[in-house]
Design a protein around this ligand. Structure first.
Ligand SMILES: Cc1cc2nc3c(=O)[nH]c(=O)nc-3n(C[C@H](O)[C@H](O)[C@H](O)COP(=O)(O)O)c2cc1C
Length: 220
């Protein structure tokens, strides 16, 4: 009998069963999804009270030095606040904070005290003058290094100067258990919870106890 061997190709799990995959061509636009959605706190200086803006256009851009970016429309109140202060904090919200996350993205700090109305605590940061959101599990303190006027949005490139992580998310080995933080993602107008971890970085080339490396198609 001519029994076919199972494929060891890296694409074995993603190959369509039959035929080509049909595609539709769309006009250019931002469909990158999912992305993180974050609460950026700013202000808290003599000129501006503490404020919060919801931001989806954010990303890690460099490891050393640690840099991240946020893109903000210049008409936002927070744009003026961040431009004046040169600092902000990226706070990662959890699923329980989804309503707050949405609300801070549809009203302006010009008319609302978002900290007070959301019942959030503006706690002192370690390295920047603007406050962290104490209730968020992760707070990333940032100092602006450059502003790029790209078009609809201006990108603030910022250096991470301190990070705060809720103590209960650090396990006995000192590892940050991001899987326990209940973070939310955003994609094409919707909020999503994160599921459990699938595996860890580099798992595809992890050696088995036998010392042999598994082939990419041999997951099951
Ligand atoms: C899910 C979500 C993501 C958003 N992402 C951005 C963004 O990346 N950049 C931006 O300028 N505005 C973004 N917004 C809109 C601002 O958060 C919104 O205009 C906010 O009310 C501005 O607040 P402010 O006037 O107090 O600065 C987003 C809103 C939501 C709901």
């Amino acid at each position: 009998m001519n029994k076919k061997k199972p494929s060891r190709s890296p694409h074995a799990e993603t190959k369509p069963a039959t035929g080509p995959i049909a595609k539709e061509s769309w006009k250019p636009g931002n469909v990158l999804a999912p992305v993180p959605v974050v609460l950026v706190s700013c202000g808290g200086t003599a000129d501006y009270r503490p404020n919060i803006i919801t931001i989806a256009w954010t990303g890690t851009v460099c490891s050393d030095p640690p840099l991240l970016s946020i893109s903000v429309r210049p008409e936002r109140h927070s744009y003026d606040v961040i431009t004046a202060g040169g600092e902000f904090v990226v706070n990662l919200p959890s699923v329980a904070q989804t309503r707050i996350t949405d609300w801070c993205g549809v009203v302006s700090g010009r008319e609302h005290d978002k900290f007070a109305e959301c019942g959030l605590t503006a706690a002192p940061a370690g390295q920047v003058a603007c406050p962290i959101i104490a209730e968020c599990p992760v707070n990333i303190e940032c100092r602006v290094t450059r502003r790029l006027e790209l078009g609809s949005h201006h990108l603030f490139l910022a250096r991470v100067v301190a990070v705060q992580v809720t103590a209960e998310l650090i396990d006995a080995e000192g590892k940050f258990r991001v899987d326990r933080a209940g973070l939310i993602a955003y994609g094409l107008g919707h909020y999503f919870p994160l599921g459990p971890a699938i595996d860890h970085f580099g798992f595809s080339i992890r050696r088995r106890k036998t010392g042999r490396r598994p082939g990419p198609g041999s997951g099951i």
